[in-house]
Design a protein around this ligand. Structure first.
Ligand code: NDP
Length: 249
């Protein structure tokens, strides 16, 4: 993996960079001097990045549209700066009693969180392999914790950590390091109402070592901090960023 100073000369692609954890990753990476392209369905720039106008861009790109992803990455690499890193953060959540989960919801969950995430890595690979690079996938501790009503979301995130291991084995020869970072509960639009329930507040107080959900900003700063390191010794690993949730579970 190249030095972080080299990564800063190229583009860091952050999927799902318009809101939530992705937006925080974009802000924190900009604070650390990276040049960042935020992809999302809406194509909106995250708030608070106005002062970095020369180093940040946003593109509307539905990751479930393979041709569009390919075009978008090619245009970024040619016109905004050589792609050196990918934070594969875009994802959706659906919860529900598994026996009643509709097939189209199940398909969309796996398609977005696992299949589209794989394709984003595959489409970035030709750019990353030129001079080495880094991929950080955003998983979830649900990939290992048993969580009722989350069978399909958990499966989609388990697929992502499995891909991280396999692709790390394939792409280390290209000096590409891969890491899967698995947060616990993070307060974002994804679970706003759920995290406001008194019983959930109480559960997190008892079941995490930080006694609360994580904030998106904390996760963003953690990811940007990791991008400053040579991750090759960690390649293929899943790092649980869950405030001790899985330790105390
Ligand atoms: P949000 O719902 O707040 O944001 C999701 C982001 O992903 C948005 O930018 C959205 O774009 C983008 N996105 C979703 N689908 C697509 C798509 N098909 N193509 C392009 N962009 C897409 O989610 P969070 O910030 O909470 O979650 C981010 C990641 O972190 C997800 O992978 C999630 O599974 C994971 N995670 C979240 C946790 C949590 O508690 N919040 C815990 C553990 C993991 P747009 O704005 O256009 O809709």
């Amino acid at each position: 993996m190249p030095k972080s100073s080299e990564l800063r000369t190229g583009t860091l692609v952050v999927t799902g960079g318009s809101r939530g954890i992705g937006a925080s990753i974009v802000r924190a990476a900009l604070d650390r001097g990276f040049r960042v392209a935020a992809l999302s369905r809406s194509g909106e720039l995250p708030s608070g990045v106005e002062s970095y106008a020369d180093r940040v861009t946003a593109r509307a790109c539905d990751l479930n549209n393979e041709a569009h992803v390919r075009e978008c990455l090619a245009a970024l690499d040619a016109r905004f700066g050589q792609i050196r890193g990918l934070v594969n953060n875009a994802g959706i959540h659906r919860a529900g009693v598994s026996s009643r989960m509709k097939s189209d919801e199940f398909d969309l969950l796996l398609q977005t969180n696992a299949v589209a995430s794989f394709k984003a890595m595959r489409e970035c690979y030709p750019y990353l392999k030129r001079d080495g690079g880094v991929i950080i996938n955003i998983g979830s501790i649900f990939e290992t914790l048993g969580a009722a009503q989350n069978a399909f979301y958990s499966a989609s995130k388990a697929a992502l950590s499995a891909m991280t291991r396999s692709l790390a084995s394939e792409w280390s020869r290209d000096k590409i390091a891969l890491l899967n970072v698995a947060p616990g509960y993070v307060a974002t639009d994804m679970n706003k109402e759920y995290l406001e329930r008194p019983e959930v507040i109480d559960y997190l107080r008892r079941q995490t070592l930080i006694a609360r959900p994580a904030y998106a900003q904390e996760v963003g700063e953690l990811i940007a901090g990791l991008l400053d390191l040579d991750l090759m010794l960690l390649t293929g690993q899943t790092l649980r960023a869950d405030g001790g949730h899985s330790v105390a579970h």
